[in-house]
Ligand binder design. Structure first.
Ligand code: CDP
Length: 232
């Protein structure tokens, strides 16, 4: 059965619910889940902690670029799900903060950072049997992925979802700041020169603005089953 495993690439806009969908699918089909955004967030936290981002939000791209290959990023399975490890420390909570969200897109636009993380992401996919979500998974990381989904929803819907997520974790934020961050990141992600956020030509679009999680899950599993069944 091993040789029938595929690569699933789920890309889309910030807070579109890609991670929840990807996580659910991976556990349902017994695949490994990799959150590529968590890797960009971890590098951003490293840059913040090491004085590589000034008070105006400018990133010292050269200093960070020189360090990036030495930054260890890993994932650990905990009772409440997968946690991101930065140089061995559990940073799952910190990387989800609005502060990290506000700095991550400029960091992710730096070519040396993308090169380093893209290489690591490709390594995760060597054995197939992986679900990865992000912005450039179907276009750059796994252009030959057998299943590609591009997820979108209105900015307002996404901001409401993100706000609820932050509040559920007991983190403070207000709707206007979250909405501004969602719009700002979309813009930076779509207009950067290196691997911009865009739909791969062969990706299937899912606008989940009016879908419940259960509806999305059914849609995703149907697509997966169709692809795997036709591949045999
Ligand atoms: O969870 P959310 O959708 O808000 O974002 P994320 O998936 O955690 O990604 C955070 C940021 O990392 C994005 O806004 C992008 O700037 C960057 N990113 C990227 O450039 N390429 C990826 N494959 C994944 C994330």
């Amino acid at each position: 059965m091993e040789q029938n495993k595929i690569i699933v690439a789920i890309d889309g806009y910030s807070s579109s619910g890609k991670s929840s969908m990807a996580k659910w699918l991976a556990s349902r089909i017994g695949y490994r889940y990799i959150d590529s955004g968590a890797m960009y967030r971890a590098v951003t936290l490293f840059a913040m902690d090491n004085g590589m981002i000034d008070s105006n939000g400018n990133v010292d791209a050269e200093a960070l670029g020189n360090e990036v290959d030495a930054i260890e990023i890993d994932f650990a399975i905990m009772p409440d799900g997968q946690h991101t490890l930065l140089n061995g420390a559990d940073v799952e909570r910190q990387i989800r903060s609005l502060e990290v969200s506000q700095h991550v897109s400029p960091v992710a636009a730096i070519p040396m950072i993308r090169k380093s993380l893209t290489r690591r992401q490709k390594e995760f996919g060597q054995q197939k049997g992986i679900v990865m979500d992000g912005r450039d998974i179907g276009t750059t990381v796994f252009p030959h992925a057998e299943m590609k989904v591009f997820v979108t929803a209105t900015p307002e819907t996404r901001a409401r979802r993100r706000l609820r997520e932050l509040e559920d974790k007991g983190m403070k934020a207000d709707y206007e700041s979250v909405l501004a961050n969602v719009i700002d990141r979309d813009h930076i992600d779509e207009t950067r020169a290196e691997s911009p956020l865009r739909k791969a030509a062969d990706a299937v679009v899912l606008d989940n603005s009016d879908m419940t999680p259960a509806m999305q899950q059914e849609w995703l599993l149907n697509l997966f089953n169709t692809i795997v069944c036709c591949k045999k």
